[in-house]
Each structure stands twice: as structure tokens, then as C-alpha cells.
Write a protein that binds this ligand. Structure first.
Ligand SMILES: Cc1cc2nc3c(=O)[nH]c(=O)nc-3n(C[C@H](O)[C@H](O)[C@H](O)COP(=O)(O)O)c2cc1C
Length: 171
């Protein structure tokens, strides 16, 4: 497919929402936004995870304890998407944590009405596939919205790889 083939119908308004600690998901989100002309919203937390917090090799780190005990998760994001209702297509991106979407995206998914929108999950991981992470978020969204099968990328995914994926989607 030619590089000039538009990946999104011209009349659709596109948003990329993502969460990223170490920049991998951000790198893919930026490529999606560039290819599609989307607006971006980065989920930032009131209590961000430090490098130490994210040490999953340490059973006592914040992320390990919260993984073990979901009641310890107190995730609050700052700000919000302006004009949410205007978007037709929403990409939602996250790192894979323990084979699932980082739980840091869950409050955003619960808080927003995806009715009438096409939703496209994407993830980055060290090696895990996207698995059922997108389906689980669709469930959290109360089944609202048309959730496409998602895609997993490495943090080093090229623009060409991202473009090829985008061109394979039907909105
Ligand atoms: C708490 C935690 C759990 C993770 N669990 C997995 C996993 O189960 N499988 C995997 O392939 N990668 C796992 N990773 C690696 C991340 O998915 C990967 O580094 C991701 O690209 C990070 O995205 P970010 O740079 O946008 O934060 C984990 C990373 C963290 C911090």
C-alpha cells in the first residue's frame, strides 16, 4: 500500500489516549498520531510511578504490591480530554503489565462513554502479546463502543510497521 494512502476516512476525528512510564507506548502513540492526524492525550497520574515503584523484580515495590492486592491501587489521572464526544475513533495505548493492560488506564476507561466510537487498543511489551487485554477493557467500558482487535508493538516499532498496521484496520 502506498505511503500516501490515507489510513483514516477524512471525515473521522481521531484521538490517541495512552499511558506510558518509560516512553515505549508514547513512541508508538506518537507514530499513530502522526499517521492519522490524531489529537493525543497522555494519561498522567496524581501519584506517578517512580522507577523504583515499577521494579517488578522486587516483591515489595509499589507495582508488585498493587499487582498482588488490587485494593491498594489508587490511580487518579489529571486533566481530561477536551471535547470527548467529538471523537469518532479512539486509540487507547498502554504497557503490558503481567499479561494485561497496565491498570493505570482503567479509571479513564470507566469514566468515559465509548458509545458510537470505534476503539482501537494497542500495547507495548517486552515480549507478551496483547492477549485479552483489549477485550477486558471493552468489558470495563460496559460493552460500549466498537472495540477492534488490538495490536502489540515493541517500543522500537518503526513508523512503517505502525502505518502498515493502521492500513490493515477497517473503521
Ligand atoms: C510492572 C511491569 C510489568 C510488566 N509485565 C510484562 C509482561 O507481563 N510481559 C511483557 O512482555 N512485558 C512486561 N513488562 C514490560 C513492559 O510491558 C514494557 O517495558 C513496556 O513497553 C513499557 O511501556 P512504557 O515504556 O510505555 O511504560 C512489564 C513492565 C512493568 C513495569
Amino acid at each position: 500500500v502506498s505511503q500516501d494512502t490515507p489510513v483514516i476516512p477524512a471525515d473521522k476525528k481521531v484521538l490517541v489516549v495512552y499511558y506510558s512510564d518509560t516512553g515505549n507506548t508514547k513512541a508508538v502513540a506518537d507514530k499513530i498520531a502522526k499517521e492519522t492526524g490524531a489529537d493525543e492525550f497522555r494519561l498522567e497520574l496524581t501519584k506517578p510511578y517512580t522507577e523504583e515503584d515499577l521494579d517488578y523484580n522486587d516483591d515489595d515495590s509499589r507495582v508488585s504490591r498493587e499487582h498482588e492486592n488490587p485494593s491498594l491501587r489508587h490511580v487518579e489521572y489529571t486533566g481530561d480530554v477536551a471535547n470527548w464526544k467529538d471523537y469518532d475513533i479512539v486509540f487507547i495505548g498502554y504497557p503490558i503489565w503481567w499479561q494485561q493492560a497496565a491498570w493505570t488506564v482503567e479509571p479513564f476507561v470507566k469514566d468515559h462513554d465509548f458509545s458510537g466510537k470505534t476503539v482501537v487498543p494497542f500495547a507495548t511489551s517486552a515480549m507478551a502479546d496483547i492477549g485479552d487485554s483489549g477485550k477486558n477493557l471493552a468489558f470495563l467500558a460496559g460493552g460500549n463502543g466498537k472495540w477492534l482487535d488490538g495490536e502489540r508493538f515493541s517500543g522500537k516499532a518503526s513508523a512503517a510497521e505502525v502505518r502498515e498496521w493502521l492500513q490493515s484496520l477497517s473503521f
